[in-house]
Structures are given as C-alpha cells and as structure tokens.
Write a new protein. Structure first.
Length: 235
C-alpha cells in the first residue's frame, strides 16, 4: 500500500484528488480540511464509490498546526509516499485594498503552511521507492504568464510556492524525495467563480483531480524540481 496526504480536501480540486487517489485499491489517503461537514460528505461519496475504507478524513487547520495530533494519525501508516499541497486561499482585491492581514493570510495558507506540513512529516517521506511532494501552484505564479489585476498577493504567494518546489527538490535529492509544482490554469471551482465571475473553465475539478492523482503517484519518475504549467486556457 502507498500512503498519501491531500490538503484542502473539503471541496474543489482537493476533494476530487482525494477521491481519485482512494479509487486505487493500493492507496491510503489522509484528507485534511477545516470543514468537518465537507469531510463527512467526502467520506459518504467515497463510501458510495466503494473506497471509503481507504480514505481517512481529518479536520485540520493547516494555519494552526498540531504536529502531535497529525503524527498520531500517521503513526498507524508508518511511511508516506506523497503529499498534495492543494489547500489555497485567494482574496481578490486591488493592491490598494489588500491589507497586511490579507497578504499574511494568503502567504500563510498558500506557502508557510506547506513549509510547516513538509517539516512535520519529512521523516515519514524517506521510502525506498522514492516519495513525491506536489505543490498546487497557479499560472498566476508562473514566470512570464498573463497576470490579472486584483491577484497580486495571491500570485506572489503562488510564485513563492513554486520556488519552494525547486529549492526543496535540490535539498531533498539525496533522500529520494522529489518535489514539483503544478501551475494550474482555470478549473471550474468556487475559487475560480470568485476570481473570475461568469468565466467558464474548460476543465472540471474531477478532471484535474484525476490528473493530480496520477501525477503524485507517477510524476516523480519523470520530473523533479520542476514548475509545470497545467493549463489549456487563460480567463
Ligand atoms: N480553480 C482554479 O481555477 C485554480 C487555478 C489555479 C490554481 N488553483 C489552486 O488549486 C487549489 C485548489 O483550488 P480550488 O479551485 O479547488 O479552490 P476551493 O474550491 O476554494 O478550495 C480550496 C481548498 O483550500 C482549503 N483551505 C483554505 N484554507 C485552509 C486552511 N487554513 N486549512 C486547511 N484547508 C484550507 C479549503 O478548505 P476549507 O474547507 O478548510 O475551507 C478548500 O478545500 C488551490 O491551491 C488553488 O490556489 C486553482
């Protein structure tokens, strides 16, 4: 069995990534979200799909880490084969309207909570076959891509997350832990509707979730330290 963590699994892309991973009978998935009700719904969906016994749902706020509680949950697994750092926060405001608290909140969820989670579980990621950390970035944080007004803090935090993948890949290379960042384009979710009201994305969260589940399980054979655009359109 291979063990994976998916953050921000209460809805959207994270929810569908967790379901796609749990659909494979050789996987265990720990789904993290702050929202207990959403996690309950996720588990019921997994039950209907016949994979709930491989899905563990843990209410957890990444911005208030509880390492002891997390490690207790993971202790029954022994090792970890991958993490999908999917949880993300987007506050859509002009530069003048963005407060220091907004900047801090986005960097906290989109970047610093990833640093903290990786630090907590790092010893569990040293597996013989090699482990894979996947940061879910954004085209907004991809160098040279089209940029949008109102997304300065969000895009800067995603650029930091992308750079983190490049630097950690180098630092962890001797431990066979690969780190990559997927810079996503538009996917139909609540976050997209908030950032680009009325825009229809060409991809559903189920389609993107299936791709991310494949990527975290197989992508480290082909990529390490890469920031990869996963985008078919620009809003
Ligand atoms: N949709 C797109 O077009 C698009 C494009 C580029 C990149 N992305 C990235 O893809 C990822 C998923 O986005 P989405 O579109 O699925 O967004 P979404 O529907 O808004 O879901 C975001 C998830 O992040 C979680 N989250 C936020 N703050 C959290 C915290 N403090 N602790 C734990 N979980 C937290 C939320 O969980 P709670 O239930 O706890 O609120 C939620 O499940 C994000 O990183 C986003 O930046 C999305």
């Amino acid at each position: 069995m291979k063990q994976y963590i998916v953050t921000g699994a209460g809805r959207g892309i994270g929810r569908d990534t967790a379901l796609a991973l749990a659909a494979d009978s050789s996987h265990w998935v720990l789904a993290l979200s702050r929202n207990r009700e959403a996690l309950q719904q996720l588990w019921e969906t997994a039950k209907a799909q016949g994979c709930s016994e491989r899905l563990c749902c843990l209410p957890y706020d990444l911005t208030h880490p509880e390492p002891t509680r997390l490690m207790e949950e993971l202790s029954q697994w022994g090792k970890l084969h991958g993490i999908v750092n999917n949880a993300g926060l987007l506050i859509h405001k002009s530069f003048e309207e963005l407060t220091d608290a907004d900047w801090l909140a986005m960097f906290q969820v989109n970047c610093l909570s990833v640093v903290s989670l990786i630090r907590q579980v790092l010893p569990l990621l040293e597996v013989a076959q090699g482990a894979h950390i996947v940061n879910i970035g954004s085209m907004g944080g991809f160098q040279g891509s089209a940029k949008f007004a109102g997304l300065s803090a969000y895009s800067a935090s995603k650029a930091a997350l992308a750079n983190l993948a490049e630097t950690l890949a180098e630092e962890f290379s001797s431990r066979k832990i690969a780190v990559n960042c997927l810079a996503l384009g538009a996917v139909q979710t609540e976050m997209l509707a908030q950032a680009f009201p009325g825009y229809e994305a060409p991809l559903s969260s189920a389609q993107m979730g299936s791709f991310i589940a494949w990527f975290v399980t197989h992508g480290h054979t082909f990529f390490n330290g890469k920031v990869l655009p996963v985008s078919v359109s620009t809003p």
